[in-house]
Design a binder for this molecule. Structure first.
Ligand SMILES: Nc1ncnc2c1ncn2[C@@H]1O[C@H](COP(=O)(O)OP(=O)(O)O)[C@@H](O)[C@H]1O
Ligand SMILES: [Mg+2]
Length: 409
């Protein structure tokens, strides 16, 4: 038996106690829990709960397990969105395949659940956009996926939109840089899988006849090319415009959730300049990084944008009361203490597993806006959260997120 554990798993000796020499299908451990909803899969995958931790264990041939382990390790190193890696177990005994251990991705859901969930009326747009974002991020770090599909992706709510995480990397390859041919092959493979998956959903009656799988699959290809061009294409302009153009470019990339690693200005013929950018991919998400530095909160990109806006309006309120400017540090800590934390602390315990607390905060802000519009005056966050916990959160479908663990209510 050979165990290789990623640092995150080292603290747990419980992983060593599992009956590794038996095939996963024969495990009868009381800690095995059932997922509320899992994607389509080839291999045996089981979920195990050990105190606050939940692991997903997948059984697969050694070569694939090792490859997947390395890809996930690399993705984690560069901060690309994927399931947390815990370890790999090899040489489990005669006729028993290797096992890959990942951390259960909290509050994630599958595309099938999202398409079945009536609350999100048009899930396909944000779902497919999230998938495109993920594929582009992988390509920027030189990862060829080889099996990009909705089944191999998990989704988390992100301020009403979705953020996509890679869950299955057994076909992926790491390269110093991808050629356009490799990227194109990956996109075409994704198109084919998506088309099949959407047809399948239609055949199963999960989505209506009005949705055209071919149009959507082609839309993904277009969105991919548009985003890739936005992130990596050169801009050519007249000498003298450089300051304005650089500022525009930085803002545009930040709006898309990306940061710039390097900017280059090159000669582009008489009177012209070429602006070349290298997009930074470590630590996905411009606003995410900003929010984390200011508050220590971990959020998805759109959630972070939303929270930062709220923090800024709270700062304006503080400044107006104080009659002088308020620093980042003071504004952030007051906002956490007086606005964010009280909302999260007041989530009723029986509803705590419905949505990620950051998403709850975002929804409370939405609800506050809605109530304030109705009342013709600002109702305040406390009243809005009380009303939200009484009237909205209890009705959020369990399909929308899987909570902190697969079996939690
Ligand atoms: N770490 C995880 N967290 C949450 N769900 C997971 C995790 N790992 C696997 N799953 C679920 O199990 C399904 C199958 O996993 P996957 O790695 O795609 O296996 P296969 O190689 O058999 O396709 C996924 O679609 C996902 O729904
Ligand atoms: Mg899979």
């Amino acid at each position: 038996m050979r165990f290789t554990f990623a640092p995150a798993a080292l603290s747990s000796g419980a992983l060593l106690d599992l009956p590794w020499s038996l095939p996963l299908a024969q495990w009868a451990d009381a800690r095995i829990v059932l997922p509320r909803h899992a994607g389509l899969h080839r291999h045996v995958v089981r979920f195990l709960e050990d105190g606050p931790r939940v692991w997903a264990v997948k059984e697969l041939p050694e070569e694939l397990a090792v490859r997947e382990y390395h890809v996930l390790q690399w993705l984690r190193e560069v901060g690309a969105p994927c399931v947390p890696l815990h370890g790999v177990v090899l040489d489990r005994g005669e006729g028993v395949e290797a096992a890959l251990i990942t951390g259960y991705l909290e509050f994630s859901t599958t595309y099938r659940a999202l398409f079945s969930e009536p609350r999100s009326i048009h899930p396909h747009e944000s779902l497919l956009d999230a998938l495109v974002q993920l594929l582009v991020r992988l390509h920027l770090v030189g990862v060829y996926w080889g099996d990009c599909s909705l089944s191999n992706t998990l989704f988390r709510l992100d301020a009403g939109n979705l953020a996509a995480y890679l869950v299955d990397a057994e076909t992926a390859e790491i390269h110093p840089q991808l050629t356009s041919g490799q990227r194109e092959a990956d996109v075409m493979q994704a198109r084919e899988s998506l088309f099949g998956e959407l047809l399948d959903l239609q055949a199963g009656g999960v989505v209506g006849e009005s949705l055209d799988p071919l149009v959507l699959a082609d839309h993904v290809v277009c969105r991919y090319h548009e985003l890739w061009e936005e992130l990596t294409g050169d801009w050519v302009f007249a000498i003298g415009e450089e300051r304005k153009r650089i500022a525009q470019r930085v803002r545009r990339l930040n709006d898309l959730g990306f940061d710039i690693e390097e900017l280059e200005l090159l000669d582009a013929g008489p009177g012209k300049l070429r602006l070349r950018v290298t997009t930074k991919v470590s630590e996905s998400g411009h606003h995410r990084g900003l929010l984390h530095r200011r508050t220590g909160l971990v959020a998805e990109e759109n959630q972070a944008r939303r929270l930062l806006n709220d923090l800024e309006s709270y700062r304006a309120h503080l400044e107006q009361r104080a009659g002088h400017p308020v620093s980042d540090v003071v504004a952030s800590s007051r906002w956490l203490e007086r606005v964010f934390d009280p909302v999260v602390a007041s989530i009723p315990p029986e509803l705590a597993d419905k949505l990620d607390p950051v998403e709850v905060f975002h929804e409370v802000l939405e609800h506050r806006w809605f109530l304030s519009e109705q009342a013709g005056a600002d109702v305040g966050t406390s009243a809005a959260s009380a009303s939200y916990f009484a009237t909205v959160l209890p009705h959020v479908s369990d399909l929308l997120t899987s909570g902190r663990s697969p079996t939690s209510a």
